[in-house]
Write a new protein. Structure first.
Length: 421
């Protein structure tokens, strides 16, 4: 069976690696020209994501991943702060869990290695086309297909603006939040802006004042403030907190104790950040937070960030209801990961869910009998599980988004002014 995967991010590469390992013919296409020259900070992989990964890649790659990852169990439990930097409480103990944080670039590089020469970089997919007698439904990412891509027993095709189409038995869209494949299948958008703009960056722990180092500690934390403002500060130390003590296998991008922070603001307030990048973006943020009553020292982690690491992005979210996800009948074109269940980073589970989707699809394909009908039935079973998984991570991610946005109401502003908060 020949499978074509559109998108070589985390989910697409995980699937490509698993298919190749099981002897399928596979081709993964990504528009990026280098897997390492991409954005991204750290990715959290819980136990379920790691066990899915073990199904997909060889054990030695898992060992290299763990040797390059920061173990959550070595970190102090998470803290919750207010905007003045006052401690409100702690999250649960992390000691028992096997969760890890890994640099996105490290994870993507390892997965790309597993896919080998079945990964084709610098290849932007311009459309997908369903197979069967009704071929002719070419979609260039437009929104008016009215549910194309379903049914059709013939082989689907992947189209490129600058190269010949590629035919497959199964096409999988792993092309992320703005997925062309999922839009084609659904006949319209499958997610929408969640109302928050995030700005992220990385700051070496050693670049902070002693006071802030002491306050933030060797832990991650979340602070929320008024008028839709929040600051997540994640602690990453793949060297000191390595999940597997095997320095000879280490390939982490992060080489010392580092805070990966994400400042979040309600979209309406973020207009002043539009078009800014790097140092300009970093330097504009503290003012926005100070206007909302944040204490200066809590913003030091932003002010001391490496300017090249600072980037803004808009949160997108699909519906939290399982029944709304992948709203198409099963066929020989499907999708996984953010393409189906775009999740704000507030859950820290988007990549893990994409990896679990990949492992589930591989399992269902392995269980399917011969023939097109068996393939479509296997895809149907896979999509049913993916809807449940997607709903679970979206529900978690949206809980934090709603908490932040709840503080963006006129009542909240009045309470703030009156000192009632
Ligand atoms: C640049 C970037 C940085 C990120 N940083 C973080 C982070 O710091 N922390 C975090 O938790 N999550 C981050 N994420 C999101 C996280 O990686 C995803 O939520 C998760 O991995 C889901 O994986 P996915 O495979 O569904 O999508 P993604 O990992 O987003 O991969 C989608 C891939 O599809 C490719 N693609 C899209 N359209 C086309 C096309 N038409 N033709 C060819 N290729 C196409 C993209 O280049 C991309 O590589 C980031 C995503 C990206 C793209």
């Amino acid at each position: 069976m020949r499978v074509v995967v559109v998108g070589g991010g985390i989910g697409g590469l995980a699937l490509g690696a698993g298919l190749r390992r099981r002897g399928y013919e596979v081709a993964v296409f990504d528009r990026d020209t280098d897997v390492a020259h991409t954005g991204g900070y750290h990715i959290t992989l819980d136990e379920r994501a790691q066990s899915a990964l073990r199904e997909l890649v060889e054990p030695h790659l898992v060992r290299r991943l763990l040797a390059s990852a920061s173990a959550l169990r070595h970190r102090d439990r998470d803290a919750f702060w207010d905007r003045r930097g006052r401690l409100l409480g702690f999250g649960p103990e992390l000691g028992g869990g096997a969760g890890v944080d890994v640099d996105r670039i490290t994870l993507r590089t390892l997965l790309a290695e597993a896919v080998g020469d079945d990964l084709h970089l610098g290849r932007t997919v311009s459309g997908v086309e369903r197979g069967g007698a009704d071929r002719g439904g070419v979609d260039q990412g437009g929104l008016d297909r009215g549910g194309a891509g379903r049914g059709g027993d013939g082989a689907p095709r992947v189209l490129f603006a600058d190269a010949a189409p590629v035919t497959a038995d199964l096409v999988v869209g792993a092309d992320g939040t703005h997925s062309l494949v999922a839009r084609h299948l659904a006949g319209g958008p499958v997610n929408s802006p969640a109302g928050i703009v995030g700005v992220s960056g990385r700051t070496a722990r050693g670049d902070l004042s002693a006071g802030e180092r002491r306050r933030l500690g060797l832990r991650s934390g979340l602070a929320t403030g008024p008028r839709g403002s929040a600051l997540y500060v994640g602690f990453l130390d793949p060297v000191g907190n390595a999940a597997l003590d095997a320095p000879e296998l280490r390939m982490s991008r992060t080489t010392g104790p580092t805070y990966i922070w994400g400042a979040m603001v309600a979209e309406a307030a973020a207009a002043c950040l539009r078009g800014l990048r790097g140092a300009e973006l970093r330097d504009a943020l503290p003012g926005l937070f100070r206007e909302r009553g944040w204490a200066g020292h809590t913003l030091e982690v932003i002010a001391r960030a490496d300017p090249d690491s600072v980037a803004a992005y808009r949160f997108h979210a699909a519906s939290t209801r399982a029944g709304d996800l992948a709203p198409w009948p099963a066929g020989r074109i499907t999708a996984l990961g953010d393409a189906v269940h775009a999740t704000p980073p507030t859950a820290g589970m988007g990549a893990g869910a994409a990896i679990r989707d990949a492992a589930a699809l591989l399992r269902h394909l392995g269980d399917a009998g011969e023939g097109g009908t068996a393939l479509v039935e296997a895809v149907g079973r896979f999509e049913a599980g993916m809807r449940r998984r997607g709903s679970e991570v979206l529900t978690l991610g949206m809980r934090t988004v709603r908490l932040i946005l709840a503080a963006d109401s006129p009542v909240d502003a009045a309470a703030e002014v009156g000192g009632l908060r």
